[in-house]
Write a protein that binds this ligand. Structure first.
Ligand code: NAP
Length: 328
């Protein structure tokens, strides 16, 4: 494992963090609580010490499972808990609400569900156009000063929004979408964060499983699984992305003796300005490849080859915009 310092946190964070959206079940076709807790324990055993969650993941369920897993692990003091605020599901459907009043309630709910006295990294999940960013940032800074959270983060913000946010509160970290197939932040957010010393937590490291190597043309998804609505998993793009995955896998095996999954996570960690890759897992065995992400690096020649493979296959690229929740 590699570790990285994040301003305001008491010890360095693992450069692979465990993502717990799928553990919440909502938008992932359900969850298995016992297996979820085993997964969190497996991550800690493998050297992961940062767990990313959110109230909206399973409407409290992911945070509760993280809380139970931490309590039974006896390792709370050695784990960094990152959660979020600013999405409301109590009025029918998920809506953005980053008002100070909602955040004041949310933080107490998160502390209770997570069974902790302080949240290490508290992140605005999505900007809320109905609330000035300065108000939201001020509310988060108030929580920091009150000792309820240690550091402030944001997610899904543009550079202009990051500018406004950090003028109103100390911004330790940003959490944008980033993986081999979703690289919009290369143009602006990533250079901005590098310039201003803002840590970056790249979400969707495996592009929702597409980069795991498990997917095939006949792969289907159950229940409310978000990949039913993800344009990458539908014609004509699914074949293009699967073609890229196959070629990346062949390249990874031939050049590094690794799989496409290991290559995909390594690729994120080797991008200048990226602090942490958030890897979503909901079964302990899904973390088995984790050690093989470390102990090697991608050089510039390999990165160029990877870019060419993606460009040659994915002729009709699409981003993760389909995931954005509606405003109030
Ligand atoms: P991801 O990490 O790209 O993919 C996770 C999925 O990949 C898993 O649920 C699993 O799906 C599959 N997978 C994982 N390991 C595997 C393995 N070894 N073999 C085969 N398949 C494997 O997607 P993500 O969970 O959306 O993103 C990671 C984290 O980022 C989230 O959990 C969350 O903490 C954070 N996130 C934040 C935001 C935001 O707005 N801030 C948005 C999205 C995500 P199956 O079990 O179905 O196979």
């Amino acid at each position: 494992m590699e570790y990285v310092a994040i301003p305001g946190l008491p010890f360095p964070a693992s450069r692979v963090g465990l993502g717990t959206w799928a553990i919440g079940g909502w938008m992932w076709g359900g969850t298995d609580e016992t297996e979820s807790i085993r997964t969190i324990h497996a991550a800690l055993d493998a050297g992961v010490n940062l767990i990313d969650t959110a109230p909206v993941y399973g409407f409290g369920r992911a945070e509760e499972l993280v809380g139970r897993a931490l309590a039974s692990s006896g390792r709370r003091d050695r784990v960094l808990v990152a959660t979020k605020c600013g999405l409301d599901w109590t009025k029918g459907g998920v809506r953005r609400d980053a008002s100070p009043a909602r955040i004041a309630r949310e933080v107490e709910d998160s502390l209770r569900r997570l069974q902790v006295d302080v949240i290490d990294l508290y992140q605005l999940h999505w900007p809320d156009p109905a609330v000035p960013l300065e108000e939201t940032a001020g509310a988060l800074d108030g929580l920091r000063r009150a000792g309820k959270i240690r550091a402030i983060g944001a997610s899904n913000l543009s550079v202009a929004q990051l500018e406004r946010f950090r003028a109103a509160a100390p911004l330790a970290a940003d959490q944008p979408p980033y993986n081999l197939f979703e690289r919009a932040i290369d143009a602006d957010v990533l250079p901005f964060c590098r310039e201003h010393g803002i840590a970056t937590l790249a979400y969707g490291a495996l592009c929702r499983g597409l980069l795991s190597g498990r997917m095939a043309a006949g792969t289907t998804f159950d229940g409310d699984d978000l990949r039913k609505d993800d344009p990458k998993f539908h014609p004509p793009r699914f074949d293009q992305y699967l073609g890229a995955v196959a070629d990346l896998d062949a390249f990874a095996r031939e050049r590094f003796g690794r799989t496409v999954l290991e290559l995909a996570v390594r690729w994120i960690l080797d991008q200048p300005g990226i602090s942490i890759a958030l890897w979503g897992a909901r079964r302990a065995g899904q973390l088995d490849p984790l050690p093989r992400v470390f102990g090697w690096r991608l050089d510039d020649t390999a990165k160029v080859r990877i870019d060419r493979i993606v460009q040659a296959n994915v002729t009709d690229p699409v981003g993760p915009e389909f995931m954005a929740p509606p405003s109030a």
